[in-house]
Ligand binder design. Structure first.
Ligand SMILES: [Zn+2]
Length: 228
């Protein structure tokens, strides 16, 4: 019982930071999705121009359903933009689209953190599945018996989320650089783009903090159970 009580204290900072990040992202995104770009370009066209500028003419820019489902798929070597960012002509739409194009630029440049992150995907998927089993079995056997396994599992997840941070910040940096260089947005529009992309990056920071606290919690249980 004590263990479960302390568990909530450990995950609380991550949960609160995560909620704060979600609220910030929601407000920044809704604010800047109402601010049109001076160039009048759509997110899809901005992404296309950025990809073309580095010779990625063959890479498709696809429209995908859902809200903020935008992503770069390194396996398919394709961009997927949500409908509102694909067709949108706002600073938010163009910013998010350019950020996803930034991931494609990282891939082309063999940016090391992206390669490490991609290499960690299979083992992280296994770890994510294992989390459910740890909690289910933990309730039956007692979490102390599974603490060492939990340390390994949450260690993998925390490592993955840590390597995600430079990947995300660098994609936004590349995005803003390309948007200005190609004249898709002008200098005074960049702060708006930055607000949206920084808010999005905060959600990744929150996820990493949550994993680190959970990892720390299981390290303490593992050390405690060693002494028994
Ligand atoms: Zn990203």
């Amino acid at each position: 019982m004590l263990i479960m009580d302390s568990y909530w204290w450990f995950i609380l900072p991550g949960i609160l930071l995560g909620l704060y990040a979600q609220i910030k992202l929601k407000s920044a995104y809704s604010r800047y999705s109402r601010v049109p770009t001076n160039s009048g370009i759509t997110g899809a066209a901005a992404a296309r121009e950025i990809l073309d500028s580095v010779g990625l003419h063959a890479m498709p820019v696809n429209e995908v359903g859902g809200h903020l489902t935008d992503h770069y798929d390194p396996m398919k070597k394709a961009l997927f933009l949500s409908s509102e960012n694909y067709h949108g002509r706002s600073l938010a739409a163009v910013g998010v689209a350019a950020h996803e194009a930034g991931h494609a630029l990282q891939h082309k440049a063999a940016y090391a953190p992206l390669n490490i992150r991609m290499a960690l995907v299979p083992v992280t998927q296994i770890a994510s599945t294992a989390v459910t089993w740890i909690f289910v079995l933990g309730m039956v056997m007692g979490i102390a018996k599974l603490a060492t396994v939990a340390v390994v599992v949450f260690g993998i997840i925390a490592l993955f989320q840590m390597i995600t941070l430079p990947v995300e910040f660098d994609a936004s940096r590349r995005a803003k650089q390309q948007l200005v260089n190609l004249g898709l947005v002008d200098g005074q529009e960049i702060p708006g783009v930055s607000k949206v992309l920084s808010a999005a990056a905060m959600t990744y920071v929150a996820a990493m903090v949550a994993s680190l606290f959970t990892l720390l919690h299981f390290i303490m249980i593992a050390r405690g159970s060693d002494r028994d």
